[in-house]
Design a protein around this ligand. Structure first.
Ligand SMILES: Cc1cc2nc3c(=O)[nH]c(=O)nc-3n(C[C@H](O)[C@H](O)[C@H](O)COP(=O)(O)O)c2cc1C
Length: 212
């Protein structure tokens, strides 16, 4: 825990410059890089050290196509909700996944039964198992950045569709589909910000001192 200034800068650079990416090149990924990214996920913190994650590596085109179809179904369903706000067309122009083209997609899951009935710390807040998986995802995102590989988080799907396509048992939660690949466009700002969909909140307005 004694970083040089360069090492410290590298950590903040990864945190601030990491982006969610939905356009990928077909260039294959090196196995050793993928392994390091997955291993970074496996070293995330987890409630009671329950490590509730599994990683399903998806490379078969047939499976990618099926997942892309499930995501598209969900995207169209969501579009209706933006119609009332007059934002349906803008929403439908956004690319919200790159499942077909990404050379690798990882479905990261959560097993709520791992660690038995009484996982230390999880009794009070049951969703801490999913939060632990989210920590693993962020580790993978930062590790991918360090490897020069882009990642996109896809949550546009019905869990039942993903369970069926990937043969996931009913008690296991498919938390996210994470697409990985090289890209020729890694934007400086979030894509949703660049396209005028959303803005970053003012940081100062989110700070509270001593009480809400
Ligand atoms: C829980 C979660 C779910 C997300 N689901 C999607 C998704 O389904 N499709 C998508 O294009 N981006 C998805 N994203 C990415 C966000 O849109 C992105 O993180 C946000 O716009 C900020 O951009 P940045 O990650 O480049 O900083 C998701 C991110 C999170 C944390």
């Amino acid at each position: 825990m004694n970083f040089t200034p360069d090492q410290r800068s590298a950590v903040y650079e990864a945190i601030h410059n990491r982006r969610d990416i939905r356009k990928f090149l077909s260039t294959p990924l090196e196995d050793e890089k993928v392994e390091r990214i997955l291993f970074a996920g496996h070293h995330a913190p987890s409630v009671g050290f329950m490590q509730p994650w599994d990683f399903i590596l998806i490379q078969a085109q047939e499976t990618k196509d099926a997942l892309a179809l499930a995501a598209d179904k969900e995207r169209r369903a969501l579009a209706i909700h933006f119609a009332a706000e007059g934002r349906e067309d803008h929403f439908l122009q956004l690319k919200v996944e790159g499942l077909r083209e990404a050379p690798l997609t990882v479905c990261i899951t959560c097993d709520p039964t791992r660690g038995g009935d009484h996982v230390l710390g999880r009794n009070s807040i049951p969703e801490t198992d999913i939060l632990s998986v989210a920590c693993a995802i962020q580790n993978m995102w930062l590790a991918a950045y360090a490897e020069g590989i882009a990642m996109g988080w896809v949550s546009f799907y019905k869990k039942s569709d993903v369970r069926r396509i990937l043969a996931i048992p009913p008690h296991i939660e498919p938390v996210a589909l994470l697409s990985f690949g090289y890209t020729d466009h890694y934007p400086e700002r979030p894509i949703l910000e660049e396209s005028g969909w959303a803005k970053r909140e003012n940081f100062q307005s989110l700070l509270h001192r001593d009480r809400w």
